[in-house]
Design a protein around this ligand. Structure first.
Ligand SMILES: Cc1cc2nc3c(=O)[nH]c(=O)nc-3n(C[C@H](O)[C@H](O)[C@H](O)COP(=O)(O)OP(=O)(O)OC[C@H]3O[C@@H](n4cnc5c(N)ncnc54)[C@H](O)[C@@H]3O)c2cc1C
Length: 548
């Protein structure tokens, strides 16, 4: 039944002699915080090409609002930040990684400032926000809620100033190329096969490849993620036979703006951090009924409380109430959110903001060590595409941008150092891959995409149940038989193939974790089981899915 997801190694057939070749020392796939930071670092050692599938600013990074978590105040401490992160991680946090990232965070903030990043200040010191799960004010932000845009602009500016770093935008990485081509545990990553909007198909050979292709939010009907987040990274690594960890751990954000027919828009947790109250359709504040930290309870608790309240009041959403903020304060602190609300005729000073939970952040991904090395030689990974162990079973707000910068830098550094031995890994002169022709009829891809997103939201969302997960897997396998046996010639088709493949892995791992932990809530197994205080790792071997 699982066959469609296990048989396909490459999405497209190719004959390398007929394709333009480009060679570089380091290939970085992804132009968010992780990829940009990695590329800047690697460019100190050799030539770097960085790919983004859309414009370079189109990333989750660009849309980040809340900020970067870092200890920047003498009243706070590295130990306290570590303790908060470990506590949120629910027994799955890797303490060495947590210490490494949190200790390095302050110097990354200073580096962004040195590169021109202007963070918000108050009386000459950094103005530090508070988010759920953090025991101190440690969220560094820029232009109120435009932190991601600031980071992206600073890093893109820095990257563009480096001669040895070339950004190829509108260049879609279809698959990682390996030697031997079949991939697997002993293979080496030697680059990628790509499709450029203007130049067509290309084979990019690289001594080292860094995967930083971001998240998976588009797998769910309700998501805070922009449209590029189609889970390409998980699917690409899976096809190549790379180890994938903790893909069942998807974090849902409690509050996105709910306007029927419009894309969901994140309403940052900082709004609640600064006093915003959640109320139901009757205007009743309800978070005190669910958790002693009320609005600042962990995200999974708040998301479930909202769903519960929606069911109890038979409503499609709840509301955020910020009408008690000092006049003008909301618009000054959250200019982007204020503007977005007003574009729908909602004035947060006078009216309630309709909100609904949404898929937000993929904790799992390519399993990496403390330097960003994956299970495959020649391949490093960082950012949302990777699983470092920092977040364990639940991500503490604003720790991910920090992680992207810290691991981006170390991946760039390791890649650069590996170049010293790179000549041992020359690119084969001839590479050929042929997929068998499809014998099945075509299904409507747009329909599969929409149906998959609804299915994932219903059955692999905030609250999960064994039989619904099993049913989901069956449906995904059915679609896979019709979508994975075909070859497509543009990103829209490859994205759906990647979405289906990643949905298959996530559902399988969610089905196997028969307990509740962090963001993974199983209605049929509501307890956290000590025996499950371990990571799950999945990989594709020769036509088999192995989950350990
Ligand atoms: C609305 C929103 C708000 C957030 N707020 C915060 C916050 O306040 N603090 C925080 O710490 N985190 C926040 N996050 C999470 C954070 O933004 C991400 O975890 C982080 O930006 C991930 O960075 P990244 O570089 O790994 O991926 P991204 O920034 O998503 O970049 C991915 C890159 O990969 C490229 N790519 C993808 N697939 C391909 C392909 N097949 N070929 C070529 N290129 C490809 C994309 O074009 C893009 O350039 C937020 C996320 C969202 C969606």
């Amino acid at each position: 039944m699982d066959a469609p997801y296990l048989q396909r190694r490459y999405l497209v057939s190719f004959e390398s002699r007929r394709l333009p070749h480009i060679f570089t020392d380091v290939l970085v796939i992804g132009g968010g915080a992780a990829g940009l930071r990695a590329a800047i670092q690697a460019s100190q050692y050799g030539q770097v090409i960085l790919l983004t599938k859309g414009d370079v600013g189109e990333s989750n990074t660009y849309h980040a609002q809340g900020g970067l978590a870092a200890v920047m105040d003498s009243a706070d401490s590295i130990e306290a930040h570590i303790a908060d992160t470990l506590s949120a991680a629910n027994g799955l946090g890797n303490e060495d990684v947590i210490r490494h990232v949190i200790s390095a965070a302050p110097q990354h903030i200073r580096q962004l400032q040195d590169w021109g990043g202007k963070f918000d200040t108050c009386d000459g010191s950094l103005s530090l926000g508070r988010e759920g799960g953090h025991g101190a004010n440690r969220i560094v932000h820029a232009q109120g809620d435009a932190t991601g845009r600031t980071i992206s602009d600073v890093l893109v500016g820095k990257a563009r100033s480096v001669d040895d770093l070339k950004i190829f935008d509108h260049c879609f990485a279809i698959d990682l190329v390996t030697d031997p081509l079949e991939g697997g545990a002993d293979a080496r990553c030697i680059g990628a096969i790509t499709y450029h909007e203007r130049f067509g198909w290309q084979m990019i050979g690289a001594a080292v490849t860094i995967l930083a292709a971001g998240g998976v939010g588009m797998l769910w009907r309700e998501t805070s993620n922009p449209h590029h987040a189609t889970a390409d990274a998980i699917a690409m690594t899976f096809r190549a036979g790379v180890d994938i960890a903790d893909a069942e751990m998807m974090q849902f954000h409690p509050t996105t703006l709910y306007v029927a027919g419009a894309s969901r828009y994140l309403i940052s947790e900082v709004v609640r951090g600064e006093g915003g109250k959640l109320v139901d359709r009757d205007g009743r504040a309800f978070m005190d009924d669910y958790h002693e930290m009320a609005e600042l309870a962990p995200r999974d608790v708040v998301s479930r409380a909202i769903l519960d309240r929606m069911t109890a009041t038979n409503a499609t959403h709840v509301f955020l109430d910020v009408r008690h903020f000092v006049k003008g304060a909301f618009a000054a602190r959250f200019p982007q959110i204020d503007g977005k609300c007003k574009s729908f005729g909602i004035d947060p000073e006078k009216g309630l903001i309709p909100v609904h939970p949404a898929a937000h952040y993929m904790i799992g991904g390519a399993k990496v060590d403390i330097d960003g090395r994956t299970s495959m030689s020649g391949l490093l990974a960082c950012g949302e595409a990777s699983c470092t162990g920092l977040h364990g079973a639940n991500r503490l707000a604003s720790n991910s941008l920090t992680e992207a910068l810290v691991f981006g830098e170390s991946c760039g550094e390791i890649a650069g150092r590996e170049l010293a031995t790179a000549e041992e890994h020359s690119f084969p002169r001839r590479l050929e891959w042929k997929n068998p022709a499809s014998e099945r009829t075509e299904l409507d891809l747009v329909d599969i995409r929409n149906s998959l997103r609804s299915l994932m939201w219903r059955n692999v969302g905030i609250v999960r149940r064994g039989e619904r997960l099993a049913e989901t897997k069956e449906i995904i396998c059915f679609w896979g038989r019709y979508a994975l046996d075909k070859e497509f010639y543009d990103p829209a088709g490859w994205e759906i193939q990647n979405m289906l493949t990643s949905a298959y892995i996530i559902t399988e791992m969610a089905l196997r974790r028969v307990e509740t932990r962090g963001v993974h809530y199983r209605e049929d197994f509501p307890k956290t089981e000590p025996v499950w205080a371990r990571h799950q790792v999945a990989r594709r071997t020769e036509h088999q899915l192995v989950v350990e």
